[in-house]
Design a binder for this molecule. Structure first.
Ligand code: NAD
Length: 468
């Protein structure tokens, strides 16, 4: 018997086939969850489609109240959900770990539930009245990754509910338990079928691909790698689904020559190593001007060497293991290659199990794999530059365009550089800070559309213009 059921039409559903979930800190099996069949997927889509008939007719006030009830449920259960995230994802409870993630989930749930998209009157005169309405789309299919399982589920689900859509979510096979519990909690305050969840090991069936192709799903919201996001786009084409795709990043940070290296070291470290670097908009390449290059390298290493890495359940740890073997192997490969090209300043050798210490490697350049590829792990390449125009070209030389940052004592100068970076978000003297009212999304292969704020909410609607 698995530890958690899937939630389909308000009922817990257990399957004969199950799969194990492992704790990345210990390698122990910490849970068993259902392995959905295509039949389970179809039943969940039908439940969401049926629930849409009444859910979509709820008034704006009723939808807001329902979202507030969901937000309250999350708030009541933050510690329980944080413990589950730590158990299956490995991140520490403290620091910028699972309690921080649940804080984000609460903040986004509360803010998004309170947003509105009122009818816009485009014209009202003797020639007639023209109104722009925003209608719900139908069933929203949500596919989430393993790095922030609960927060990203909230990013997908709350705007869908707020705008009158119903939902089927499929979490990553690495982190299904916290999502199963989250959806169970939501179902305590929502009508049957409004939010459903299926889990899959991605081996026996590709449930994600089947969702993207499903004729009764009207929109996909996907967060994950660029390669999978492109597959979702392809699978969605036949049924003309609406899409929001939040994909990988390879964010550049550019340090200008006027900085105080000691003052920016902490921000540089956490901008890069938040969640062990397993963050879409973490700083994944650091370009430093030659005038301050050695000083910035030293300040960063001095800050990083005191970071406590440990089992996620250790209250003193602020970084945990890498989330899974696939990701660990990628970091090992990229660091091994970088060692032959650059200078290891810190770390560089794998620890026990899935642990890998914070690793900083200097003297790399564009063309080296650790610079060009998204490492999604605790290994930061540092690149020396001389000319600001050349470094902007180097930073933009990427298929990705999620985030970027510029570090300087002169904010206006930094802003001028920032505006030339090809990315959806750009920060000055920080990296990766996001907030519920600021649209977030990538350009180029980092995605399509935005999440958050009114612009993000609008992506869960079809426009209907009424001319009278
Ligand atoms: P992934 O692409 O391997 O998996 C993401 C999800 O897609 C999982 O639930 C997986 O089961 C599912 N999936 C697998 N094959 C599929 C298919 N053919 N069709 C549909 N779905 C399928 O990504 P991951 O390893 O879980 O997450 C890491 C990646 O996610 C990184 O590249 C990271 O940058 C990115 N990410 C982006 C954001 C953002 O907001 N832009 C946020 C977090 C993570």
């Amino acid at each position: 018997m698995p530890d958690f059921g899937m939630m389909i039409n308000g009922q817990s559903v257990f399957t004969a086939a199950n799969f194990n979930v492992e704790n990345p800190s210990t390698g122990d099996v910490v849970g068993r969850v259902p392995n959905a069949s295509l039949g389970d997927l179809n039943r969940a889509v039908t439940a969401a489609k049926t629930a849409f008939e009444t859910w979509s007719k709820r008034s704006d006030d009723e939808l807001q109240a329902a979202c507030a009830a969901v937000a309250a449920k999350i708030e009541e259960h933050t510690e329980e959900l944080a413990q589950l995230v730590t158990l299956e994802q490995g991140k520490p409870l403290n620091g910028l770990g699972s309690r921080f993630e649940l804080g984000g989930a609460q903040a986004w749930a509360g803010y998004t539930g309170g947003l509105s998209l009122p009818v816009k009157v485009l014209q009202d005169n003797e020639e007639g009245r023209v109104e722009l309405h925003r209608n719900p789309i139908g069933v929203v299919g949500s596919i989430t990754p393993w790095n922030f399982p609960v927060m990203i589920a909230v990013w997908h689900i709350l705007p869908a509910l707020r705008t009158g859509n119903t939902v089927l979510i499929k979490p990553s096979p690495y982190t299904p338990m916290s999502t199963l519990r989250l959806i169970e909690l939501m179902n305590e305050v929502l009508p049957a079928g409004v939010v459903n969840v299926v889990t899959s090991d991605d081996v026996s069936e590709n449930i994600g691909a089947a969702m993207a192709a499903h004729p009764d799903i009207g929109k996909m919201v996907f967060t994950g790698s660029c390669a999978t996001g492109k597959k979702v786009m392809t699978s969605s084409a036949e049924t003309m689904k609406r899409l929001t795709l939040e994909m990988g990043g390879n964010d550049a940070g550019i340090v200008l020559p006027d900085v105080d290296p000691e003052a920016i070291a902490e921000g540089l470290f956490w901008g890069s190593f938040i969640n062990n670097g397993q963050t879409c908009a973490a700083m994944k390449r650091l370009y430093v001007h030659e005038d301050v290059y050695e000083a910035v390298c030293s300040a960063l290493v001095n800050y990083a060497r005191n970071i406590q890495v440990g089992d996620g359940q250790d209250e003193n740890a602020v970084l945990g293991p890498i989330g899974n073997q696939m990701q660990f192997d990628k970091v090992v490969r990229l660091v091994a290659d970088a060692k032959t090209k650059g200078r290891i300043l810190l770390g560089g050798a794998p620890g026990e199990g899935l642990f890998f210490p914070p690793t900083i490697i200097a003297d790399l350049s564009n063309g080296d794999a650790l610079v060009d590829e998204e490492q999604f792990g605790p290994a930061l390449p540092i690149i020396k530059y001389t000319d600001i125009d050349e470094v902007i070209v180097a930073a933009n030389k990427s298929e990705n365009g999620l985030g970027g940052s510029v570090w300087s004592n002169d904010v206006e100068k930094a802003r001028t550089v920032a505006r030339q970076l090809q990315c959806g978000s750009v920060w000055i003297n920080k990296h990766g800070a996001i907030q519920p009212n600021a649209p977030f999304g990538g350009v180029k292969s980092s995605g399509l559309g935005v999440e958050f704020g009114e612009e993000g909410l609008a992506e869960y609607t079809n426009i209907q213009v009424v001319f009278s």
